[in-house]
Design a protein around this ligand. Structure first.
Ligand SMILES: [Zn+2]
Length: 277
């Protein structure tokens, strides 16, 4: 599932190419990815020009002329690509023909993603409901510690909640917890001040490095040009069940809770549901 580094990589790919281009025509191939009737969706976008493209959490946010905002959440297998080559899009759901260059295509094999049009006020309301950007200066160790202290959720589940921190998903939550030496099932409020500082550093380091590596491709993720990312080879625990921990060589364990698989090193990340009280 694309997380902050993957979405950031896509946005960086689109940013030099989309602004200034006008949506001339829309082709809706699978309306189930839309959050409004396809007629309304098309009417609100057709003829409008892209002004800027940015990322908020795991969302691609494009601002267009006429108080129009296009918000794309890639779900599990979504891609937003400039389809220079038809082979880049295997399961196109929405195709935006632009005034110049290749079409912009939202492609999604499993179609758990969402493509939505709204006005700036609606977007501002949505934006307010998301937690801080983990790579921004508003995300501090002190704030993280204070927020964790108010929750009994397992720390891994806490990190996945987009209202707490925006953009972290299961891959980077597991990676950051390993780096910080915190068991994924520890109650959030059991995390000490020192551990919160380590976790804060680990989240930022993990995300920054993944952005530098242009995201993690395990299977479906591709950037805006259709290329896979290079970060998978750098994962410490995610998807590495029974392989040696990069720090202590103990076998990595997997554990399913909250409907998601957690990966951790039982030696570097001691404890569990009981945690430190
Ligand atoms: Zn270890």
């Amino acid at each position: 599932m694309p997380e902050l580094p993957e979405v950031e990589t896509i946005v960086r790919g689109l940013r030099p190419l989309l602004p200034g281009k006008t949506i001339q025509e829309l082709q809706i191939l699978h309306a189930d990815v839309l959050r409004q009737p396809s007629g309304e969706f098309s009417d609100r976008l057709q003829g409008h020009t892209f002004e800027s493209v940015c990322r908020r959490g795991k969302n691609i946010v494009a601002h267009l002329t006429g108080d129009t905002v296009l918000v794309v959440n890639l779900g599990m297998t979504g891609r937003l690509v400039l389809a220079r080559d038809e082979t880049l899009t295997t399961h196109p759901a929405v195709r935006f023909s632009l005034s110049a260059g290749p079409a912009l295509v939202y492609d999604d094999v499993r179609r758990f993603g969402a493509v939505e049009v709204m006005d700036e006020a609606e977007w501002a309301e949505r934006d307010r409901r998301l937690g801080p950007e983990p790579l921004s200066s508003s995300f501090t160790a002190r704030r993280l510690y204070a927020d964790l202290a108010r929750s009994v959720s397992p720390i891994r589940s806490w990190l996945l909640d987009q209202r707490r921190v925006a953009g972290v998903g299961n891959i980077y939550a597991n990676e950051a917890l390993h780096l910080a030496g915190i068991h994924p099932q520890r109650p959030a409020r059991s995390v000490t001040e020192g551990e919160a500082r380590r976790l804060h550093r680990a989240i930022r380091w993990t995300l920054r490095r993944a952005v530098e590596n242009r995201g993690t491709t395990l299977r479906d993720y591709r950037d805006a040009s259709g290329n896979p990312g290079d970060n998978a080879a750098h994962l410490r625990v995610y998807g590495r069940d029974q392989k040696p921990c990069p720090r202590c060589s103990t076998r990595i364990c997997r554990l399913v809770f909250g409907n998601r698989t957690a990966f951790f090193c039982p030696r570097c990340q001691p404890g569990g549901a009981g945690g430190i009280t």
